[in-house]
Design a protein around this ligand. Structure first.
Ligand code: BTN
Length: 268
């Protein structure tokens, strides 16, 4: 599939019914990383809601310093600039917001059974279909801006996933059995993100948190959390805290706040 399925940015903007997100949208045939691109624009005063979408990234970034495979012509690589007037500690809430928006879009357009994995993976049948990389510029008390980075595997084939990948991965085309129109997906996603963001600004984190919890496959399940260096917790997942920490009820009834680690469902 060629890039023209994706872009004529002016047309997409004209078709969007959003208030904030995508009023300014740029299409980049090739870029190192859309997150880096948006960050640079943000530093020179770009308006909230500005979106960058690339056909391919030459240095796409994933979490924990990993690389995000970004071949041309197949997937969606997209970054969104936000300037929310919220305390710095609440910035992680925006990661859950983007997870809900991506999941809702995948369900609405393709009827996929989507699950979210704390903190920010999106899975279908246990395989990763999308990843989120949110980055922030802030001082102690004030957020300058947040960049929501969204990578969604739309038309990736099994032979395009990187060799030696440490987790199972899939794409929407593999799950549905047909090619995905990137432009249609982009429009629906920006529309959802805008709706979620407006709701968040008006009502706070509560509605997003409840929706994220309903998508979270390990809610109310017994899990172990591995934090490396022989630090392991066992308990039942009971929800999210306002700062994005996972709440784990341990066998002695205490609530442990998990800020990092690998969560696995306990078997047996
Ligand atoms: C992850 O799961 O590790 C996060 C992957 C995030 C990838 C997206 S693609 C668009 C944006 N630009 C980047 O360089 N990364 C994010």
């Amino acid at each position: 599939m060629n890039a023209p399925d994706l872009f004529a940015s002016a047309e997409i903007v004209a078709e969007l019914r959003t208030e904030i997100i995508g009023r300014e949208l740029m299409y980049l045939p090739e870029v190192d990383s859309t997150n880096t691109w948006i960050r640079e624009l943000a530093e020179t005063g770009a308006q909230e809601g500005t979106v960058a979408v690339a056909d391919q990234q030459t240095a796409g970034r994933g979490r924990l310093g990993r690389r995000w495979e970004s071949p041309a012509g197949v997937n969606l690589y997209c970054s969104v600039l936000l300037r929310p007037d919220i305390p710095v500690q609440q910035a992680p809430q925006l990661t859950f917001l983007s997870a809900v928006a991506v999941s809702d879009t995948l369900k609405e357009l393709y009827g996929l059974q989507v699950e979210v994995k704390w903190p920010n993976d999106i899975l279908v049948r246990g395989a990763k279909i999308a990843g989120l990389l949110n980055e922030m510029s802030a001082e102690t008390e004030r957020i300058h801006f947040v960049v929501l980075g969204l990578g969604i595997n739309l038309n990736m084939n099994p032979d395009q996933f990187p060799a030696g990948i440490s987790y199972p991965a899939t794409s929407v085309a593999l799950e549905t059995g047909h090619a995905i129109d990137r432009r249609r997906f982009l429009k629906a996603l920006l529309q959802r993100l805008d709706g979620c963001y407006l709701e968040f600004l008006e009502k706070g984190f509560g509605p997003i948190r409840r929706r994220w919890e309903s998508l979270c496959s390990v809610m109310n399940q017994s899990v172990t959390v591995n934090q490396g260096q022989a630090r392991e917790f066992a308990g039942t997942v009971v929800g999210l805290d306002p700062d994005g920490a996972l709440r784990l009820q341990t066998p002695d009834g205490c609530i442990e706040r998990i800020l990092a680690g690998e969560v696995r469902v306990r078997t047996g």
